[in-house]
Design a protein around this ligand. Structure first.
Ligand SMILES: *Cc1c(COP(=O)(O)O)cnc(C)c1O
Length: 370
């Protein structure tokens, strides 16, 4: 016999990704899990060509289109493979042999993007803020970019999940198409998507569970993509088929739909932005006030609103911070394995109250160990 153990409460989840999801999105999934809309089956047990799933797919696309104000010139795509697959597919589609593309290097993900592009052709580095220790503690200014007008695209990463930096204004790429990995700050605030040729984001940071990647693409840019690569790898194939060329990750898209309903219900992207700025202000405010104990390595103008990184006076105390926070029901605070320290991921599903709880813990921890 199965026994269902109801936990009295969920943890406060500061995971970098897969990240915590808004509770109403999960509760709706629980409610609809066994019998979706009177169909007698879960949404994940039905054909992606049947009405029930088609409606979910359309609703997710419509909500995202409305939230971001996606213009007719652009199309929303639901893709797979994680953001990392698109590190390879972007140059495969848009950097044909003999052509080049510009990469703006702002962290570990940029390095992976560039490595994949190098296997396919000759990308250029347009700027890099890597320091002598291999860290990236800021993003470049517009003046630091050395853009090649002949590049097929300029690739940027809007938020650097590992190093905790973020572009508050993304570079102006002029006439060159702008491709952006927005995995870790997609939907954090209103964004003028018409400025971009191709935006992509793994869902598991700010949109849904892992397994689905969303893209917002300029149709004219997609039409310029290579035709001499396998059909399944061409973005144009997915655009022409409404992201139903083959079986999409139906359950992940369904959950993204639930998250998008929640975002709209909370007041949309202006509300997300207001809340995210309040959260970041509370956290960075505490770090600055306690700067004798906590060290925040990122330069102020480049501080990420989504991933806040810092250190205590020692590695042992970093570990104790994470362990003590866990005892207080706060999870996911360990810094990335490559950087160490502490990382707070404060995506849309994290509330101001969650952050305030953490801030009082931080004050207490600094007092007892300072
Ligand atoms: C998490 C992350 C990725 C990697 O995503 P996968 O889905 O694991 O491939 C890529 N880029 C950024 C900015 C990320 O935060």
């Amino acid at each position: 016999m199965h026994r269902y153990i109801l936990r009295p409460m969920r943890v406060i989840n500061f995971s970098a990704g897969p990240a915590g999801l808004p509770l109403p999105a999960l509760e709706l999934a629980r409610e609809e899990l066994l019998d979706f809309g009177g169909t007698g089956a879960s949404i994940m047990e039905q054909s992606h060509r049947d009405k029930a799933y088609e409606a979910v797919h359309a609703e997710a696309t419509e909500r995202l289109t409305r939230l971001l104000g996606v213009p007719d010139s652009h199309v929303v795509l639901w893709l797979t493979g994680g953001a990392s697959t698109h590190f390879a597919l972007v140059p495969m589609n848009f950097m044909p042999p003999g052509a080049s593309a510009d990469y703006v290097m702002t962290g570990a993900w940029s390095e992976k993007q560039l490595d994949e592009a190098k296997l396919l052709g000759t990308p250029r580095v347009a700027a890099s803020t890597r320091d002598a220790q291999g860290r990236y503690t800021r993003v470049p200014t517009q003046a630091e970019l050395q853009l090649d007008p002949r590049a097929r695209y300029v690739h940027t990463t809007s938020n650097n999940t590992i190093f905790g930096t973020q572009f508050h204004t993304l570079p102006d790429t002029g006439a060159v198409p702008h491709v952006c990995d927005m995995s870790s700050d997609f939907l954090w605030r209103p964004t003028d998507v018409s400025r971009f040729a191709f935006i992509y984001a793994g869902a598991q940071k700010n949109l849904g569970p892992s397994g689905v990647v969303v893209a917002v693409a300029d149709k004219a840019f997609l039409a310029q993509g290579r035709k001499d690569i396998p059909k399944i790898f061409r973005y144009q194939t997915h655009a022409e088929n409404g992201s139903l060329y083959n079986t999409p990750p139906t359950f992940a898209i369904y959950l993204a739909r639930n998250v998008l309903r929640w975002v709209e219900g909370e007041g949309g992207l202006p509300a997300m932005e207001r809340r995210n700025l309040q959260k970041a202000q509370a956290l960075y405010g505490a770090l600055d006030a306690l700067s004798g104990f906590y060290a925040a390595p990122v330069e102020k103008d480049s501080r990420s609103v989504m991933n806040i990184v810092f250190r205590t006076p020692s590695e042992a105390l970093d570990a104790q911070f994470v362990a003590d926070a866990k005892k207080e029901n706060m999870l996911g605070l360990k810094g990335h394995r490559s950087t160490g320290g502490v990382r707070v991921s404060a995506y849309n599903a994290v509330s101001l109250h969650d952050i305030e709880t953490l801030v009082s813990f931080m004050k207490h921890f600094a007092q007892s160990h300072g």
